[in-house]
Design a protein. Structure first.
Length: 131
């Protein structure tokens, strides 16, 4: 479990400091929460393992669009933890991931257990990845 958490969350915990200069898929309707989640997605898009998981999950995806999934994650986190931004998204995601594992909301992907949110983030990262 520790290696999985380190793999997925290592980049997320530094998003606050690394968010400057990250390319965002901006629209006039994106909230600060959506922009923070988008920053995480862009960070994960640089991790080959996250992209591999995302590609596997895309084969099983139900046809959700990028925008639908981004809003779904943002709303779920905001409903559970209130407002968040770049500075605290790592902590918010850590709490959400632990909550999902406690309530058995996870998927087995290529031998790894990913929480629902981790799986969705990897799926989205694979959609924006240049790899």
């Amino acid at each position: 479990m520790q290696s999985r958490r380190s793999f997925i969350l290592s980049s997320l915990l530094v998003v606050g400091g690394a968010a400057t200069g990250v390319y965002f898929y901006k629209s006039s309707t994106e909230s600060k929460e959506e922009l923070a989640v988008n920053g995480v997605i862009n960070q994960l898009a640089d991790l080959p393992g996250a992209i591999r998981f995302g590609k596997i999950l895309r084969k099983q995806a139900s046809g959700k669009t990028f925008t639908d999934s981004l809003k779904s994650i943002s709303e779920r986190l905001q409903n559970n933890y209130g407002e968040f931004s770049y500075e605290n998204i790592g902590a918010v995601l850590e709490q959400q991931i632990q909550k999902e594992f406690r309530s058995n909301q996870f998927a087995l992907v290529d031998g790894w257990y990913l929480s629902r949110t981790e799986a969705e983030l990897c799926l989205l990262a694979s959609m924006v990845s240049k790899a």
